[in-house]
Design a binder for this molecule. Structure first.
Ligand code: FAD
Length: 448
């Protein structure tokens, strides 16, 4: 069988991280493939089997189809639907919010950044800002900057906003493959308990976090191996007795809006391949054992007897995998120099210190930074946008590019752009940027 898809893996060390970068090159489709469906074949396991051809029912035909209901996907779906476009959102699990909720990654970081006078200012507005405000109104958010939220409240708020905006939601459904016609995605095959089906669409937004859709569409990308963790929560933190003889302080994580409940982050093992299902399964199993055993040790420590394991995240903590090779790769330099873009779709803040030009810059002094529309645009596919942690940025910007605040902003921008492309019958590559910015501002976005 002809090999259509290959990776060249090299190891690059930068900024104290060891990154596995892979690069995928698109091979021109054959004439037979151009006239029909392209099915990318990955020969990573050496042996393959041919699936028999079959007829697939078409579930729906829509304007905008979003795969992945994390922070980026939920924001994108709400934004697209608010422009009047018929919008479907496909999510493999039973809730919205992705790692923010199902991953128990509760702090919405990067809500603020420093302006040119070095004053910290809020920059996450628009749909992400609305989600955040609703969580504050419910009393389910603590801290003004980079708020920590309750995961069930966040699932509820996102659900409420999706319902209000009229998005057609499909849970328990995987985006399984793309239906290509040359450089256009005609639709996506989905897999669920109802079997394999197709949704046909005018525009697709890849919000899978892992770039599943742009991979299947044959875009070029890098693969970044990074630390994978598993977050958990502890209960009865308010019943820890610090005056008990033999008490020693244990790591019991940080507070959440629910009194007595803490969330415990896990950096996890470095340089993990998030696209290797056997690796993910092994990590899942190891982390479950580690967390349980660690909580038992905490419970055996004087003063901590009533602490208990409330839950472990239903989504394993994949920080990075595929990163799009898009029309523009956002750089750390852009984020440190207030670089302004004509096609800005929103701003993100900063939450972590960075090494910049040999100096450590504290998070409090780091600027807010603009995100250009071009960094959401793949180079090859005509009707695809990418939002969330796999949009196009350089690895030095990874700690900011993958953060929830940034994902919400890219989702909002991509969703509105997709809706406008449908309304004006144009390609997402040729949309009127002035109109996009005008509508984003009308939708409450902050463009600087
Ligand atoms: C351990 C850990 C700690 C972190 N800490 C923080 C923090 O404190 N603050 C912060 O701001 N950020 C943090 N992050 C980063 C942040 O949580 C994520 O990068 C962010 O949630 C990414 O948003 P997203 O929408 O791009 O993707 P995700 O949140 O990953 O959502 C993607 C969604 O798509 C769905 N999906 C994927 N593939 C398919 C498919 N083929 N078909 C259907 N559905 C699919 C998934 O089920 C998921 O719901 C952390 C990440 C990790 C792993």
């Amino acid at each position: 069988m002809k090999r259509r898809d290959f990776f060249t893996k090299v190891l690059i060390t930068g900024g104290g991280l060891t990154l596995g970068m892979g690069c995928k090159r698109r091979i021109e489709p054959s004439s037979a493939e151009k006239s029909g469906t392209i099915i990318p074949v990955i020969e990573s396991h050496g042996r393959t089997i041919r699936e028999p051809e079959r007829l697939i029912p078409i579930l729906a035909e829509t304007d905008v189809l979003i795969i992945g209901g994390g922070p980026a996907g939920a924001a994108a779906a709400i934004a697209a639907s608010r422009t009047g476009a018929e919008t479907y959102l496909v999510e493999r699990y039973n809730h919205l919010g992705g790692l923010w909720t199902g991953g128990l990654v509760l702090p919405l970081l990067s809500t603020h950044g420093a302006d040119k006078q070095k004053r910290r200012k809020q920059v996450i507005f628009g749909i992400g800002g609305e989600m955040s405000k609703r969580l504050v109104d419910l009393g389910m958010s603590i801290h003004e900057e980079s708020p920590v939220v309750d995961p069930e409240a966040a699932k509820y708020v996102l659900e409420e906003m999706i319902r209000e905006s009229g998005v057609k939601m499909l849970y328990h459904t995987w985006g399984a493959n793309v239906i290509m016609d040359g450089n256009v995605i005609k639709g996506v095959y989905i897999e669920s308990k109802s079997g394999r089906m197709a949704i046909l669409t005018k525009v697709v937004i890849d919000c899978t976090g892992d770039g599943d859709i742009f991979h299947m569409a044959g875009e070029n990308y890098d693969v970044m191996q990074y630390a994978i963790g598993l977050v958990h929560r502890l209960g009865n933190i308010d019943r820890i007795k610090t005056d008990k003889p033999g008490y020693v302080k244990m790591n019991t994580g940080g507070p959440t809006p629910i009194p007595g409940v803490n969330w415990v982050n896990m950096w996890g093992r470095e340089n993990q391949d998030a696209l290797d299902i056997e690796n993910l399964s092994q990590l899942q199993s190891d982390y479950r054992m580690e967390i349980w055993n660690n909580v038992q040790k905490i419970r055996q420590t004087p003063g901590h007897e009533e602490v208990f394991l409330l839950d472990t995240a239903s989504q394993i903590g994949v920080r990075m995998s595929r990163i799009l090779d898009g029309e523009y790769r956002l750089t750390l330099e852009d984020s440190m120099t207030y670089r302004s873009f004509d096609d800005v779709i929103g701003l993100s803040g900063s939450w972590t210190p960075v090494l910049y030009k040999g100096k450590k810059i504290p998070s409090s002094k780091r600027p807010f930074w603009q995100i250009p529309y071009r960094s959401l645009l793949p180079k090859l596919t005509e009707n695809l946008l990418v939002a969330g942690r796999c949009f196009c940025f350089e690895r030095e910007l990874v700690e900011d590019g993958r953060i929830i605040g940034t994902c919400l902003v890219t989702g909002h921008g991509a969703g509105t752009a997709a809706g406008l492309a449908v309304k004006n019958n144009s390609s997402v590559k040729d949309i009127d940027i002035k109109e996009l910015k005008k509508v984003l501002i009308q939708q409450g976005a902050f463009l600087g």
